[in-house]
Design a protein around this ligand. Structure first.
Ligand SMILES: C[S@@+](CC[C@H](N)C(=O)[O-])C[C@H]1O[C@@H](n2cnc3c(N)ncnc32)[C@H](O)[C@@H]1O
Length: 298
């Protein structure tokens, strides 16, 4: 049997700095996420919950299991579901979405040949609210133009993606949506629940990826990429590395939407920031020559 790397305390309530650092490093190495020491009790609780499900009593043994080949990889995917925060909402960043609706998308569309199908990506989509919001936005913007669109939501968490694919939400979660979108795109189910309409679900797909492994994101030539409330987990070099990769996947004229304040003083090659100060949105310049993104076919 594999030796545990450290002798870790069996009592879940106690976790030394050294043990915390071992877990935090595993998380950083595999997902790029930083876990601050203040989140120690969150880590202890998440581990205890998952270990109880799997019948482990001792964190050292569980740690060894996680590092043990293919079985460990599968278990890791389940643990990551507990360690990532999948908080999200429909129409979450109203300022950016209002700008896209009023100015950004009309300008983007006016620069595209008539038959172009629009492709959008919600990078770090959690349970799908952001991806479906984009589908509603594009459906409205493209109504009557005869253009097609597709939205891809991606996330690390398999559990979140399974929920996203169902597209079912309690009625109260739809509250932030514009009323006309709620009426047009959401269908009532029994028990105060709604489901995003079949037409939009058919244009929205979800895939698992690790944003820090570009080869796991085969999504080139996007017109719109939204990556909000994800960068906060990564250190600055990884944020910049991820954003450079997203930027490479934009079509000329395509838009990259980040959360305001998520990365100040970022000056990406080939992108220009849109004029509004309170938004963090970049447009890929039409004349920018950018190398093909890693992990994509040219
Ligand atoms: C707080 S949610 C944000 C959801 C949505 N973008 C929003 O703003 O409402 C962050 C999501 O990022 C995902 N995530 C974290 N690290 C990731 C990584 N390395 N690759 C892909 N997804 C990741 C998490 O699983 C989580 O669902």
């Amino acid at each position: 049997m594999a030796e545990p790397l450290l002798t870790l305390p069996a009592e879940p309530a106690a976790m030394s700095d050294a043990e915390f650092d071992v877990w935090a490093e595993l998380l950083r190495e595999r997902t790029g996420m930083r876990l601050a020491r203040e989140r120690r009790s969150f880590l202890i609780t998440a581990l205890a919950a998952r270990m109880a499900e799997r019948g482990f009593e001792d964190r050292a043994a569980y740690y060894a299991h996680l590092r043990a080949g293919a079985v460990g990889q599968l278990e890791w995917a389940a643990l990551v579901d507990r360690l990532t925060v999948q908080e999200t909402r429909f129409y979450r960043d109203a300022a950016s979405l209002d700008w896209l609706r009023g100015a950004g998308l009309p300008a983007l569309l006016s620069g595209l040949p008539p038959a172009t199908a629009l492709q959008a990506w919600s990078a770090g989509c959690a349970t799908g609210e952001e991806a479906y919001t984009l589908a509603m936005l594009l459906d409205e913007a493209l109504a009557g133009t005869g253009r097609y669109f597709g939205v891809t939501g991606s996330d690390l968490s398999l559990r979140a993606l399974a929920r996203a694919r169902r597209g079912e939400f309690p009625a109260r979660r739809l509250a932030p949506l514009p009323t006309e979108w709620r009426e047009r795109y959401c269908e009532p189910l029994p028990g105060e629940r709604y489901q995003v309409c079949e037409r939009l679900r058919a244009r929205t797909c979800f895939l698992q990826n690790n944003l820090l492994e570009p080869a796991s994101s085969p999504l080139p030539a996007m017109h719109l990429i939204v990556c909000q409330n994800v960068l906060i987990y990564f250190d600055r070099p990884r944020r910049e590395q991820l954003l450079a990769e997203l930027a490479r996947r934009l079509q000329p004229g395509g838009l990259l939407v980040l959360g305001a304040g998520e990365l100040s003083r970022w000056r990406p090659a080939g992108l220009e920031r849109v004029a509004q100060d309170h938004l963090l949105i970049f447009r890929r310049r039409a004349d920018a020559t950018v190398a093909p993104a890693a992990g994509t076919r040219a």
